[in-house]
Design a protein around this ligand. Structure first.
Ligand code: NVA
Length: 307
C-alpha cells in the first residue's frame, strides 16, 4: 500500500528504526540507493522560507538518481488559484513524489489524498517529521541508541518541533519532557498520543513547566526559535514570555555531563540559545543539518519501496 510521511507517527517504532537504519547505510554509501533513476522527478513546494530543507532534498534527490522539480508555492497559489485537490492531481501526473512545506496540516492531508503518489511533509505548523528523523539519526550516532534516553525540549512547545519531538521521540523510546509556560504548551492531544506510543516503546511524554527540572539529568537538550514562521507579528510578546526558557550555559550545566544540545536552525543566539551553547563542544547542530539529507534520502527510498 502506498505510504506518506505527513506526521511523525505515520511510522511505527519498527518502521522508524528501519528508516534510521537505511539513513545510516546511505550516509556511509551515498550512491548505494538509486530508486529515482531515470531521472524521475520529485516535486518540492515551499510556501514558507527554507534553506536546509530545499538544499538537502535537492541534493538527496540527485543522489538517489532523480531530479528535484522546484515548484514555486507563491506562483502556484495552492488553494488560492487552484484547489489543493486539483494541484495534487496535476503534480501526481508529473512527479514520482511530492515534498511540501506549508502552513496547516490539513492542507498536506488533502494533498496526500489526491496526489496518487507519496507525499512528504517538509514542515507544517503542526509537525516537522523530516527534521526529527535527522535528529534521531544524530542521537543514534552520538549515543548508539535512542531508547531510554531523556530529551528536554525548551521554549515554544506548541510549535511543530515540540509536537514532532513528542511523537517521534516517543516512537524512538525516548523520555520526552516539553518545558514551556502556559500558552506555549503542546495541545493535550499530542501529549496523549505520545504517551500512548511510549507505552509500547518504553519511553514517556510529559510537560515539565520548570526548565531547570526539565533539563536536570537530560541526555538531549533541544530548543527552537521562539518565533516560528508565520508568528512574526507576535514576536515581541513571545520573546518576553519565553525569556526564562533560554538555553544558557547555566541551564545546560544541569543536564547529563555527556548531554548534547540540539537546534533545527535557524537559531537566534542570545535569545532561545546562548552562543556559547550553540557553538560549544556539545552542540550537534551541524550534524543535524547534514543528516537532513541522509534521513530524507532514506524516507524517499523507503516510500518508493512501498508502492
Ligand atoms: N519552528 C520553526 C522550525 C523551523 C525549521 C518554524 O516553524 O519556523
Amino acid at each position: 500500500m502506498m505510504r506518506h510521511l505527513l506526521r511523525d507517527d505515520d511510522l511505527t517504532p519498527q518502521e522508524q528504526a528501519e528508516v534510521l537504519d537505511l539513513a545510516a547505510a546511505v550516509k556511509a554509501a551515498p550512491f548505494s540507493l538509486r530508486p529515482l533513476e531515470g531521472p524521475q522527478s520529485v516535486a518540492m513546494i515551499f510556501d514558507k522560507p527554507t534553506l536546509r530543507t530545499q538544499t538537502s532534498f535537492a541534493a538527496g534527490i540527485a543522489e538517489l538518481g532523480g531530479h528535484a522539480m522546484l515548484v514555486d508555492g507563491t506562483l502556484a497559489g495552492i488553494g488560492l488559484r487552484e484547489s489543493i485537490e486539483d494541484v495534487a492531481r496535476v503534480l501526481g501526473g508529473q512527479a514520482r513524489q511530492v515534498v511540501w512545506r506549508t502552513a496547516g496540516q490539513e492542507r498536506i492531508e488533502v494533498m496526500a489524498e489526491y496526489a496518487g503518489v507519496p507525499v512528504i511533509n517538509a514542515l507544517t505548523d503542526e509537525f516537522h517529521p523530516c527534521q526529527l528523523l535527522a535528529d534521531l539519526l544524530t542521537v543514534r550516532e552520538r549515543f548508539g541508541r535512542t531508547a531510554g534516553l531523556t530529551a528536554a525540549f525548551l521554549g515554544d512547545g506548541a510549535c511543530n518541533m515540540g509536537n514532532s519531538w513528542l511523537l517521534a521521540g516517543a516512537t524512538a523510546g525516548v523520555h520526552v519532557r516539553i518545558s514551556s509556560p502556559d500558552g506555549y504548551q503542546p495541545e493535550q492531544q499530542y501529549v496523549d498520543r505520545a504517551a500512548d506510543i511510549a507505552a509500547s516503546t518504553g519511553g514517556s511524554a510529559r510537560v515539565v513547566v520548570d526548565p531547570r527540572e526539565a533539563v536536570a539529568g537530560a541526555d538531549i537538550v533541544i530548543t527552537d526559535t521562539w518565533v516560528s514562521m508565520g508568528k512574526e507579528a507576535e514576536a515581541a510578546g513571545r520573546l518576553a514570555d519565553l525569556a526564562r526558557y533560554s538555553l544558557t550555559e547555566g541551564l545546560f550545566a544541569l543536564a547529563s555531563p555527556d548531554a548534547i544540545a540540539m537546534h533545527c536552525l535557524p537559531a537566534y543566539r542570545g535569545k532561545e540559545i546562548a552562543a556559547a551553547v550553540l557553538d560549544g563542544p556539545r552542540s550537534v547542530i551541524w550534524d543535524e543539518a547534514e543528516n537532513r539529507r541522509h534521513a530524507q534520502k532514506a524516507v524517499m527510498a523507503w516510500l518508493e519501496a512501498r508502492r
